[in-house]
Ligand binder design. Structure first.
Ligand code: CS2
Length: 478
């Protein structure tokens, strides 16, 4: 079977949407760090929608570590298939990625793009861990990647290191900075990225650069949303059947897709809005609602659901006790921490629950369980801190946290590797002696010290932990 590429694009059947613009005329105006499934399901889809009117929004996709994505997409001229799943799936070939680079293999090619006057935007999906932050949200100067980048700042490996060095080179070349848009699930992601980059420039001893970045560069916050299960062979086979062409790395997601960006986009705001992006004065309320409701519920469903023997979000939602528990947590514990006058929170919760019940989406709990040490803070812990400050209970919020502890202990005992940047440390803590809840709460990389020290939080996690250990279902009575 032939491969999807510019040369074979015309053979794609009519029920598959194809780029309606002239791909040869597309110019790279965006550099994206971390072109995993989510980027290709989300930002690249929006840029694809802009290219008809604005051919200067082509994407240069930069992998910070592995060549897999470039190896899959380069022979396809950057083309890949996006499947939107609802009762009836729809198929669409996305053409936004014009170039795929692997940073460690060709750093100068990446810098050439980053220091090009045509490049106005840098976007990033490098996951929570890619920001190298402490639990207080500062750049972690002890992080191995940051230490390395401070020693050799012209050959960066971290996202803050790459952006700082690229901005230094732009400044030296007399160019305006690009606008850097974080698209990861962190609260105030733009503020955090900006702070990390400025702190990196300072730690590098370049106070002028730090000041220039602070004064001149925009780091809008953004909220991203679309449930994107990992690609598997079944998807590759399905797409090959529909296209009549081989696609090495198609992507699937639910049809629902949302991108809210803080209005620091200058003259390009219009172009984003025309492609369906919500350009908002303030993003934090949307971002918080999504992180705490959708992602908080996801992580809770993942750790509790796995303990109950479920495999997917859909299955967990079919478990009445678990579905009821998560809904109560969202409505009674999370919603009161949100201050989002522009959002109908009860309706939003209903919509999120419906999305979890989409039978066309097979979203594995094990995928959501990855990187728990990085995710819990934004999904459950910040909510718990605010609930405690307001004198509200945290019993239900503590169940997901306790279930995460149980998950780490089970995986460690079974010798199953944990996908988490702190895996080694987590295995050590799991194998240690003493009260498990105390041992885990002492992890300063995960739990902000003030929260870990709060006796109400500790008691709630300990209660949930015991209930889960006795019988996972009793914990759901919280
Ligand atoms: C999920 C998210 O894997 C996870 O941790 O909670 O990827 C979630 O599907 C997206 O944030 C939805 O926009």
């Amino acid at each position: 079977m032939k491969r999807l590429s510019d040369a074979t694009l015309a053979q794609v059947p009519a029920n598959v949407r194809r780029p309606a613009y002239d791909r040869a005329a597309v110019k790279v105006g965006v550099v994206h760090f971390g072109p995993g499934a989510f980027h290709r399901a989300h930002q690249a889809f929006y840029f694809d929608g802009m290219l008809g009117r604005r051919p200067d929004f082509g994407v240069c996709a930069v992998s910070l570590r592995t060549p897999d994505m470039r190896d899959a997409l380069a022979p396809q001229d950057g083309l890949y298939t996006l499947v939107e799943r609802e009762a009836q799936p729809t198929y669409r070939v996305i053409g936004a990625i014009r170039e795929a680079l692997v940073a460690p293999q060709d750093p100068e090619a990446v810098f050439r793009r980053l220091v090009s006057p045509d490049v106005r935007f840098v976007t990033a999906t490098v996951t929570e861990k890619g920001y190298c932050l402490t639990t207080a949200g500062e750049l972690d100067l002890g992080h191995p990647d940051i230490r390395r980048d401070l020693e050799a700042p012209e050959r960066p490996v971290s996202l803050p290191g790459w952006i700082a060095e690229a901005l230094r080179r732009r400044r030296a070349a007399g160019l305006a900075p690009f606008t850097a848009i974080s698209c990861d699930n962190l609260s105030d992601n733009g503020v955090k990225l900006r702070r990390a980059v400025v702190q990196f420039a300072q730690a590098r001893g370049d106070a002028d650069l730090a000041r220039w970045i602070e004064g001149e560069a925009a780091f809008p916050s953004s909220m991203v949303d679309s449930i994107t299960p990992a690609t598997d062979d079944a998807l590759r086979d399905e797409v090959a059947g529909v296209l009549g062409l081989e696609d090495a790395w198609p992507i699937q997601r639910e049809r629902f897709v949302q991108w809210v960006i803080e209005d620091r986009l200058g003259a390009d705001a219009e172009a984003f809005a025309a492609a369906g992006v919500t350009v908002a004065r303030e993003v934090a309320p949307f971002e918080r609602a999504k992180l705490r409701l959708l992602n908080g519920a996801h992580s809770t469903l993942a750790y509790v659901g796995l303990a109950l023997g479920h495999e997917t979000v859909f299955e967990s939602m079919g478990d009445p006790a678990l579905a009821r528990f998560v809904e109560r947590m969202m409505r009674e514990d999370v919603a009161p921490t949100l201050h989002a006058p522009e959002l109908d929170v009860p309706a939003y919760i209903g919509q999120v629950l419906d999305r979890f019940r989409n039978p066309a989406i097979v979203h594995r709990l094990s995928q959501i369980a990855w990187d728990g040490s990085q995710k819990l803070r934004f999904r459950l812990l910040e909510t718990a801190s605010e609930a405690l400050a307001a004198g509200r209970p945290v019993d239900r919020l503590a169940v997901g946290v306790a279930a995460w502890i149980g998950f780490v202990l089970r995986q460690t005992a079974a010798g199953v590797p944990i996908v988490d940047p702190l895996a080694v440390r987590l295995n050590e803590v799991a194998n240690d002696v003493g009260d498990p809840v105390d041992r885990f709460l002492a992890l300063a990389e995960v739990f902000p010290p003030a929260l870990a020290a709060d006796p109400r939080f500790r008691a709630a996690v300990a209660r949930a932990y015991e209930a889960l250990a006795r019988d996972s279902r009793t914990a759901l009575a919280a």
